[in-house]
Design a protein around this ligand. Structure first.
Ligand code: NDP
Length: 481
């Protein structure tokens, strides 16, 4: 049994009320650890520690904070294999994905914000005719709450805590209860790095109790949340009357628009990834594929053939393309969408079945699934499934493709495959999405604003946008004689 503890005031400790939750290994469907089922009392203790630490941490020099973050990143690098193994085991994702994406990008997040803070600046406005100068101070907010989901555990956790700490805040953070392991390993790294007590506190537990206690706490002045739209709505309702600063990165139902003039081979291999990477459990996956009519039949044949070749299996095996879904509950939810497909005039073209992996019979495995739909209005195209399930349908004109792409409540990302520059410009302008990728996918530059339109979120993180979120601007106006 692997026991995970809370990290409060630079110490690892059991939950105050000694309540615990089982932690599952999704590849085996077995409990392999215990995590704290923390409550208000644990959150209160973390807030106290953070409050005590804030005057000291917020007054350290930028260089000191930057160096501390670099040290933490380097210690993760030194323990790279342990983090990779833990992420794959805890989440069910292929070890190769944790190796190439999750852990390297978590390290990059920390290093990026360690450097970004040294370049962060504020504005001044001179007004000669009134002999005045205005300048803006950017102050750390105080204690901030960071809540992250299970799909890219350490990657999204560090995406929040790194800019928060770099900007001089103290943090009370909660990883998803389903995937707490790498956040726990990070707590040990912070102790080793000598992060001052109370600067970062990591509390484990359920969203409805631990997460809720963080969102409700009056001394936590800002909440950065990544997760489902429904949870985001609930958090907004709780936090808004308390006038908390909120950043919400929520769900998606992203369109993938494929035109006949694209680089076909590149499109095919990237579309396979944008459909099924991380078992389709990435908020940026292109789950609605629209293909220009003239190449639809060819695409359908080739895409199905490639999909059927993907290997579902033990995440620890380096040849595995798709590991296990994150939990039994999530597997059931995704499978229900597949079972309901025929009721929506939709046809399963590939996959659609649960998979029994030899030696891992109780794991949560599902075939990569391609469903042909004949309307963008069906539930399969309107609701976030968040699993290895994509829909395909043809379109006749660019206008029709654009209308279907935008006809959804979400607006996180969109991908366009074309070699026509004019079309690229038109669609990039018109697509309702926080990110538009043209002839690429999941290509991330950390300096860019990240977030969604419509029901995919509020606000932007990434680059200086994240530092703007985690600081309070204060304008000072001075008049001189
Ligand atoms: P959830 O919304 O269920 O949970 C996200 C986090 O919020 C978890 O830590 C959860 O804890 C916690 N939580 C749940 N209820 C509350 C509450 N009342 N108050 C405070 N915290 C709470 O999302 P999932 O973990 O299921 O993640 C999948 C979702 O995340 C998808 O919709 C996906 O699109 C979205 N996502 C969005 C991204 C983006 O950048 N826009 C990126 C990645 C994912 P617990 O797990 O313990 O319940």
């Amino acid at each position: 049994m692997q026991i995970i503890q809370n990290y409060i005031n630079n110490q690892l400790q059991n939950p105050i009320d000694n309540q615990w939750i089982d932690n599952y290994n999704p590849s085996k469907g077995e409990v392999y650890g215990k995590i704290p089922n923390s409550n208000q009392k644990d959150v209160e203790q973390a807030v106290k520690a953070a409050k005590k630490a804030f005057p000291i941490w917020s007054n350290t020099s930028i260089e000191e904070r930057s160096e501390m973050l670099i040290k933490i990143a380097q210690l993760i690098e030194q323990n790279f294999d342990e983090f990779v193994k833990a992420e794959s085991q805890d989440n069910g994702k292929p070890i190769t994905l944790a190796q190439k994406v999750d852990i390297p990008r978590a390290i990059s997040n920390i290093k990026f914000f360690a450097k970004a803070i040294t370049q962060y600046n504020s504005k001044s406005h001179e007004s000669v005719h009134t002999n005045s100068i205005n300048y803006t101070l950017r102050k750390p907010i105080g204690i901030v709450g960071c809540i992250s989901p299970w799909n890219l555990p350490l990657y999204l956790f560090t995406w929040k805590i790194a800019p928060a700490l770099a900007a001089g805040n103290c943090v009370v953070a909660k990883p998803s209860e389903v995937t707490p392991m790498t956040a726990y390993l990070l707590s040990k790294i912070c102790i080793e790095a000598g992060l001052p007590a109370g600067v970062l506190n990591i509390i484990h537990g359920l969203g409805q109790t631990t997460g809720q206690a963080i969102v409700e706490h009056p001394q936590i002045k800002a909440i950065s949340f990544t997760g489902g739209t429904k949870t985001g709505e609930h958090i907004a309702r709780t936090a808004a009357p308390m006038f908390k600063k909120l950043s919400l990165e929520l769900g998606g139902k992203n369109p993938n628009l494929i035109f006949a003039d694209c680089d076909y081979e590149k499109m095919l291999s990237v579309t396979l990834k944008s459909s099924f990477a991380n078992q389709g459990q990435i908020c940026l996956c292109g789950s609605r594929i629209f293909v220009e009519e003239s190449i639809y039949e060819k695409f359908k044949t080739d895409f199905i053939e490639r999909t059927k070749k993907l290997k579902v299996g033990n995440p620890a095996d380096e040849n595995t393309n798709l590991g296990a879904l994150v939990s039994q509950q999530h597997l059931d939810k995704v499978y229900e969408y597949i079972q309901n497909a025929p009721n929506q005039n939709a046809k399963i073209l590939a996959g659609g079945n649960k998979v029994k992996v030899a030696g891992f019979e109780n794991g949560y495995y599902l075939e990569p699934t391609v469903i042909e739909v004949n309307s963008n209005r069906c539930a399969l195209n309107q609701e976030e499934i968040f699993g290895p399930v994509v829909t395909i349908m043809p379109f006749k004109t660019e206008k029709e493709a654009l209308e279907m792409a935008n006809d959804v409540r979400y607006g996180l990302s969109a991908t366009v495959w074309t070699s026509d520059l004019n079309r690229t410009m038109r669609l990039s302008n018109e697509l309702e999405a926080g990110i538009v990728w043209v002839n690429t996918w999941l290509n991330r530059d950390l300096r860019t604003p990240f977030g969604g339109m419509k029901d995919s979120g509020v606000g932007r993180e990434g680059g200086f946008d994240a530092l703007n979120f985690f600081t309070e601007p204060k304008n000072v106006c001075i008049q001189y004689d």
